[in-house]
Design a protein. Structure first.
Length: 445
């Protein structure tokens, strides 16, 4: 995968890409062609494998009904429907299978984990997180703090970029942990920041947090399937993740969690459910809960076989292409190619100039330039800030078949997902972007 030409073909052709007509790209001359979908960081595309597996489960439901729990024509009895999924998830996050469970939803899993690992005392009670974490995480942090009778204003410690900067410096995060560590109960960052696309230095943050006696957890919603992870080796205490972004599991697809095996005999499930009970006696319905050892003991209800099948289909594609090694290699190349062509625009300005008094239509990239500090996403900030140009750009892109993701008031995120995006997608998106900014600039002359 070393030549430029390789990037013009998708890594996998097993994904269904909507046409321009499908997405309402009314300004495209060729409505039958595939759109330029650069939004896999928000919702991944449907794999053909997922479509087949979900249809199989519907057929089993129709023909076998309840007996499908134990007798399944495709050897995926619903009582064990996660058996193939869990080891694949473990491989993606760099964990042992016993440390991973396919279950629940992201925020629900975060609550389960924080309820076990956030144990504030009178002196050690703070949660350290990045400022402007994903809103659902912020809500979860605040509600957990309130449940312990604490004030979020004092118990939640947010760290922001330096003035005039957009991303957090590693030294500032580590310095904050060093300085405030005795009062911090829990360090909980995003693996990849949803807004800026910054991939945080997870290993060094985890190490520093634990050196100061803090528990360290991670929200991997934008990291799993996007960047290589080694949670077990790094000693991460716990993590939660969704699967509908880079893992392409379907809208609102089933999520997962990780609990390092060092905790398996210490932190047992506090909110027991029958699916976390050991399988050998689960259906005997004993009165006393006997949890599965490890992360899977935290399961509560049986998972949707349809949701698991959808995730499994995509994970099989990951396995087919060689998992994160080839995917990460292509991701670095594609994201770098998109960055290069965007920076060739006469309307691009470096991020350090974006803080100045910009009066003309311009854009910058607030995602880190260093590939080791980002995944498959570039966040574009449109200037002047507050001018409304982002909305004009986003609407123009959409009508011309380029699907990205807007973040009010001034940011558009473009993510060349390495499984199905190509260099052609990157080049087309840059051309359309140049057209619309040129029209804005001309209108403001």
């Amino acid at each position: 995968m070393s030549s430029k030409q390789d990037l013009y073909a998708p890594l996998s052709d097993e994904f269904s890409i909507p046409s321009n007509a499908d997405i309402g790209a009314t300004s495209c001359n060729d409505t039958k062609s595939k759109c330029t979908y650069l939004c896999g960081n928000s919702l991944g595309l449907l794999s053909k494998s997922s479509s087949v597996l979900v249809q199989e489960e519907l057929d089993v439901w129709a023909k076998c009904a309840v007996t499908g729990h134990f007798s399944h024509p495709h050897n995926r009895p619903w009582v064990r429907c996660c058996d193939e999924v869990n080891p694949l998830l473990a491989e993606l996050v760099g964990a042992n299978e016993i440390e991973v469970a396919c279950m629940g939803t992201l925020t629900n899993n975060l609550h389960l984990l924080m309820d076990s690992f956030y144990k504030p005392t009178t002196t050690r009670f703070k949660i350290l997180c990045e400022a402007h974490a994903f809103p659902s995480d912020q809500y979860a942090f605040a509600s957990q703090v309130l449940a312990h009778g604490l004030d979020p204003q004092t118990a939640i410690l947010e760290i922001s970029p330096r003035e005039g900067e957009y991303i957090l410096r590693e030294e500032d995060i580590l310095e904050t942990i060093e300085k405030e560590g005795e009062a911090i109960a829990l360090v909980l960052f995003s693996g990849v920041q949803y807004y800026t696309g910054q991939w945080f230095p997870m290993e060094s943050i985890t190490k520093k947090a634990q050196e100061k006696g803090c528990i360290c957890g991670w929200d991997l919603a934008h990291a799993i399937g996007n960047v290589p992870l080694s949670l077990h080796e790094w000693g991460v205490d716990f993590a939660a993740f969704c699967t509908y972004k880079y893992l392409n599991s379907s809208p609102g697809g089933i999520a997962g969690l990780f609990i390092h095996e060092k905790w398996h005999e210490v932190e047992r499930p506090k909110f027991a459910g029958w699916w976390g009970h050991e399988l050998s006696t689960r259906f005997k319905m004993p009165p006393k809960f006997s949890p599965i050892i490890g992360a899977q003991g935290f399961q509560q209800s049986n998972p949707s076989a349809l949701a698991v099948a959808s995730l499994l289909g995509s994970l099989r594609v990951f396995k087919k292409v060689g998992m994160m090694g080839p995917i990460r290699e292509r991701s670095v190349q594609l994201t770098g190619a998109l960055e290069k062509v965007l920076k060739q625009s006469k309307y691009f300005i470096p991020p350090n100039e974006a803080q100045q008094n910009v009066t003309k239509a311009r854009f910058t990239i607030i995602t880190p330039e260093e590939p080791s500090h980002r995944g498959a996403q570039l966040s574009l900030l449109f200037l002047p800030v507050g001018s409304g140009s982002m909305r004009i750009v986003f609407d123009f892109l959409s009508k011309n078949g380029v699907i990205g993701d807007e973040r009010e008031p001034d940011v558009i995120r473009l993510a060349p997902a390495p499984l199905y995006n190509t260099l052609k997608d990157c080049e087309h998106a840059a051309r359309v972007l140049e057209q619309v900014i040129a029209s804005i600039a001309q209108a403001n002359v």
